[in-house]
Design a protein around this ligand. Structure first.
Ligand SMILES: [Zn+2]
Length: 323
């Protein structure tokens, strides 16, 4: 039971009961609730400044984990960068050099991205620096890979062409060394077998018995196999492309026709002594861009070092050519 309070009324000279008014009750309750709420807020606010909630602790852990991951990512990018640098170095120093392509300048390979700030959306956070840096490195790495990939595409095309080029240029001696009775005469001034006058001999003479096989010096197309040029007798011309043509003269018989495609080493004819020739031999010429050049430089395909040095020695002798 609640206490009943009284007061003394001097007019009536009697005690009267104090009636507690409802309005007052409401006022006190409001003050109490407001006070407690204020205190509560203050407590929570202060607590939050010094004590982390479980959720905050989890987030902090996640952030720490993420930073660690970024550091690892940076390390991995370092490794990728160094592997790529190695590939680029080999690309410039070996592949592109070998296939006679200009090296790709460093500035072009490592070019960044100018103009607009690509990383604006990543700015303004505590971790902006590390995230922007990782993004920037990744972008450069990506660009470097694209440049490298394009370079390799280019090399692949050049390699394919080089293969064709290497198969085409005259690169073997047109007569088997074992079949030679004597390496007769080389390129340069020789005595003409008929006039006995010194004149320039534009080919190489290989002395061999009549009927000795003659082989194509490189891949190409037979442009002629006839005897309608003075002096050469029965002769064959092969166009190898890239400006190279070979000529085989004084043949006894043909094994190919005009317009026929030949591969290096194909049997194209047989040694004879037709045309302006003193004895059975093959007169062999190599043309580069319509000029006759010394065939001695085009036998690396099928001669041993010893055979080649012997050939050089004989070819240098200023003897009489067989024409
Ligand atoms: Zn000759």
């Amino acid at each position: 039971m609640s206490k009943v309070k009284y007061y003394y009324d001097s007019d009536t000279l009697s005690y009267k009961k104090i009636e507690r008014r409802k309005r007052n009750t409401f006022k006190y309750a409001s003050i109490f609730i407001l006070g407690s709420a204020l205190f509560g807020f203050l407590f929570v606010f202060l607590a939050s400044q010094f004590i982390q909630s479980p959720k905050e602790r989890a987030l902090a852990r996640e952030l720490q984990h993420m930073e660690l991951q970024y550091q690892l990512l940076n390390k991995k990018m370092d490794e990728a960068q160094s592997v790529l640098a190695n590939v680029e170095q080999r690309d410039n120093a070996i592949y592109r050099l070998y296939f006679a392509a200009n090296p790709i300048p460093e500035e072009q390979r490592k070019a960044g991205f100018g103009g607009i700030n690509r990383y604006k959306s990543l700015e303004g956070f505590d971790n902006s620096k590390i995230i922007i840096e990782a993004n920037r490195r990744m972008d450069i790495l990506q660009k470097q890979i694209v440049v490298q990939s394009k370079s390799l595409d280019e090399i692949a095309v050049l390699a394919e062409d080089k293969e064709k080029f290497l198969a085409s240029i005259p690169a073997i001696q047109p007569i088997n060394s074992d079949d030679l009775t004597r390496m007769a005469s080389g390129y340069g001034y020789r005595t003409d077998p008929f006039t006995k006058v010194r004149k320039f001999h534009y080919g190489m003479d290989f002395t061999a018995p009549q009927g000795t096989p003659i082989y194509a010096a490189g891949d190409g197309v037979v442009t002629r196999a006839d005897n309608s040029a003075t002096g050469y007798g029965n002769h064959i011309r092969i166009d190898h492309g890239y400006g190279y043509v070979t000529l085989y003269a004084h043949l006894y018989k043909y094994n190919v026709r005009a317009n026929q495609k030949v591969k290096r080493g194909d049997l194209i004819g047989f040694v004879g002594s037709t045309g302006r020739s003193e004895a059975p031999h093959l007169h062999y010429e190599v043309f580069k861009d319509d000029d006759r050049i010394n065939p001695i430089n085009f036998y690396y395909g099928n001669l041993s070092a010893e055979e080649y040095s012997k050939l050089l020695e004989h070819a240098a002798l200023e003897n009489q050519s067989l024409d």
